[in-house]
Design a protein around this ligand. Sequence first.
Ligand SMILES: NC(=O)c1ccc[n+]([C@@H]2O[C@H](COP(=O)([O-])OP(=O)(O)OC[C@H]3O[C@@H](n4cnc5c(N)ncnc54)[C@H](O)[C@@H]3O)[C@@H](O)[C@H]2O)c1
Ligand SMILES: CC(C)[C@H](C(=O)O)[C@@H](O)C(=O)O
Ligand SMILES: [Mg+2]
Length: 378
Amino acid sequence: MTIDIVVLPGDGIGPEVTDEAVRVLDWFVQHRAVPLRMQRRLFGSAAWAAERSTMPDATWNAIMAADALLFGATGSLDQTHIPPDERRKGSLLRIRKGLDAFANLRPVKAQPALAESSPFKARTVAGTDMVIVRELTAGMYFGTPRGVETQPDGTRRGVNTHSYTEAEIARAARFAFELARTRRGHVTSVDKANVMEAGRLWRDVVTEVHEAGYKDVTLEHMLADNCALQLGRAPTRFDVVVTDNLFGDLLSDCAGAINGSLGMLPSAALSAPREDGRRRALYEPVHGSAPDIAGKGIANPLGAILSAAMLLRWTANAPAEADALEAAVQAALDAGARTADIAMPGETVLSTRAMADAVIAALDAGLSEAVPEKRFAG
Ligand SMILES: NC(=O)c1ccc[n+]([C@@H]2O[C@H](COP(=O)([O-])OP(=O)(O)OC[C@H]3O[C@@H](n4cnc5c(N)ncnc54)[C@H](O)[C@@H]3O)[C@@H](O)[C@H]2O)c1
Ligand SMILES: CC(C)[C@H](C(=O)O)[C@@H](O)C(=O)O
Ligand SMILES: [Mg+2]
């Protein structure tokens, strides 16, 4: 059965890195007969420029009908000319909510070849292998009331609401425990139960879900500020980290430093299984549009390429191909392929395209089969 992928390159470096992820997926279509059909669609600033709509109906309908989305990045510095309603209509948050993609997996695995690129000591990061499960469809990003109001004295007040229902917490917790069972059986639940009521509820519900059905998994609770510290101090202590939408956003960027660049991190956002057992899914690198380097052809495409590997695993049900792609990324890095963000002084710096070429060359060489034990956690 053909798997329909909608490709949304987006802004800044989004199109640059997504082109390479598509090229790599095409390799699998051609060589391994993974039946993917990819169609590219405009949304956001690019769609506004072309069609005066940030989310043309045809794009939204394609998103809703697709088996998965491959997303680049959103975030144009110059959106002031787009009316606020239109900006919301074409937003990534609307897509995540529309798919009900509540479980956002952000794997972080230390690449031995990048030990020197990390700002942390090699002995600190060596062996790091964790997945952050970020709740993606509730919390501070979606709570109401929200907005900016003018107070009686004429000054403004900005409001966002950190809101979680029991059901929203419980499904994220269940996902994390299930995932931990396929890994090292350890979950760290991260909150601010010491100051936030919704944080207290988070801790209580995660504990209840654990008691009710996951006693075989080890659960620890950690305050979010301490977690930010421990990600730099002792990242190997983490297996599965489950946390809310806002903390998950911040902590995954912290974890981006482990390999020296946010450009290395992939993600998958998954819905609950539908009636046919399949999950809606959105695959995107963790990084944004990186306006500081956009248009230069120097962005690191590995976060996008590793997101494509997650697509092979979670949507295409092709775990061997996902393993092969992750191993090819590792082989390219082991052979010295570096974009500017992960290069050390004196190392040859590759363009975005050349880095993807190095991954494809590793796939061609079949290096992937030679290192099956070096799996990237997903
Ligand atoms: N999922 C997304 O689409 C997403 C994620 C984060 C930020 N954003 C948006 O992106 C815009 C820029 O935000 P920002 O600068 O704070 O975050 P960013 O993630 O775009 O960039 C942060 C830093 O990491 C570097 N970087 C990021 N990706 C890289 C890559 N692939 N290769 C090499 N270096 C890379 C950038 O050059 C920059 O120095 C904002 O509009 C923000 O809202 C979008
Ligand atoms: C672009 C932005 C809305 C997004 C977020 O905050 O979720 C990004 O930072 C991310 O990490 O995916
Ligand atoms: Mg972020």
